[in-house]
Write a protein that binds this ligand. Structure first.
Ligand code: CUA
Length: 339
């Protein structure tokens, strides 16, 4: 091979590889990782991408060089020289892909094994999915239940996932991993959050009419802030002050994700406006306390015109204790009158 050919091949390879690398680096393909596990998955992703760019550059360079250098004349219909195998070439093009694919396999196995391993002092969180809401309970905090997933930074977390009805799928893109929740089965997911922030929790399995609104938040806090939150929430739920307890139940069960309630700073419009509860009760022809209680425990009993059926979870009647339900009803009645 002449020196000029090698220089042309090299030049074409650098151009092709440079374009591919620019596309890979310039576009934000992945969110910034917020857990150790996501960081390892990102590393694996880039490990594969770099191999792909190098292979692409070599193939593109040889292809472009062949097209430019060995192009036949338009009226040249003769056959090219016949070639019967090339043992050296065949050994290389078998050996190189074998090494590359095997190394991807080995790195993947290491990442999977390390992402699946639990650290010390594991925080267990039970995740319950239902049409169309997430709830998170903390067995270590005496059954504290929350509609948002709060996690302390730096701690190994084991999510234990179940579903009350159909298949849902838990996903926080900044944590990189997805896990299905399957009725009758328990699945797990390990997360070690390493970045403070609020990240969306998204259901990624089409699970019914309210699938698109089956969202909440994962909030990564400092360990001290997390401990403070866990103890204050546990206290608020059992507080004799119904206003505080009701507000906590409202917040923990993510009522504000779908409803407007000025007193709670909520302004969502998926469900009816809770500032207008007295008017809604009148339309439904029921006393306000009965109407509010029924609408929480059995939401399909009365559907406000213009709102869809089966979107509000039908399980609050069971998942909330009588105490929590009382506090929530009282809180909604007092808040809506002010609103
Ligand atoms: Cu739950 Cu989609």
């Amino acid at each position: 091979m002449r020196r000029g050919s090698i220089a042309s091949l090299l030049g074409l390879g650098i151009v092709a590889g440079g374009i591919a690398a620019a596309v890979a680096l310039a576009l934000p393909w992945l969110p910034k990782p917020a857990s150790n596990e996501a960081g390892r998955i990102d590393f694996l992703f880039w490990f594969v991408i770099v191999i792909c760019i190098v292979v692409f550059a070599i193939v593109a360079a040889v292809l472009a060089y062949s097209i430019l250098r060995f192009r036949a004349d338009p009226d040249d219909d003769s056959d090219g020289p016949s070639i019967h195998g090339h043992t050296g070439l065949e050994i290389w093009w078998t050996l190189i892909p074998t090494i590359l694919v095997t190394s991807i396999g080995i790195v993947s196995a290491i990442v999977l094994a390390r992402d699946d391993a639990l650290g010390k002092n594991v925080l267990r969180v039970n995740v319950t999915a239902q049409q169309f809401a997430w709830s998170f309970s903390y067995p270590a905090s005496k059954g504290l239940t929350s509609g948002t997933l709060r996690l302390p930074r730096g701690r190994s977390v084991e999510l234990v996932l179940t579903s009350k009805d159909v298949i849902h799928s838990f996903w926080v893109s900044e944590f990189s991993q997805k896990q299905d929740t399957v009725p009758g089965m328990t699945t797990t997911l390990h997360i070690t959050p390493n970045r403070l922030g609020t990240f969306p929790v998204i259901c990624t399995e089409l699970c019914g009419l309210g699938h698109a609104v089956m969202r909440t938040e994962a909030i990564v806090m400092t360990p001290a802030a997390f401990d403070k939150w866990a103890s204050s929430q546990a206290k608020a739920v059992t507080s004799p002050n119904a206003g505080v307890a009701g507000a906590a139940v409202f917040k923990n069960n993510q009522c504000g994700a779908c409803h407007t309630l000025t007193a709670a700073g909520a302004s969502a419009t998926t469900g009816p406006d809770l500032d207008k509860l007295p008017t809604l009760a009148q339309k439904a022809g029921k006393p306000l306390p009965d109407f509010v209680r029924q609408s929480i425990a059995d939401p399909n009993a009365y559907i406000e015109p213009g709102f869809p059926k089966n979107v509000m979870p039908q399980t609050f009647g069971k998942s909330l204790s009588t105490q929590q339900l009382d506090a929530l009803v009282q809180y909604l009645i007092s808040s809506s009158k002010k609103g």
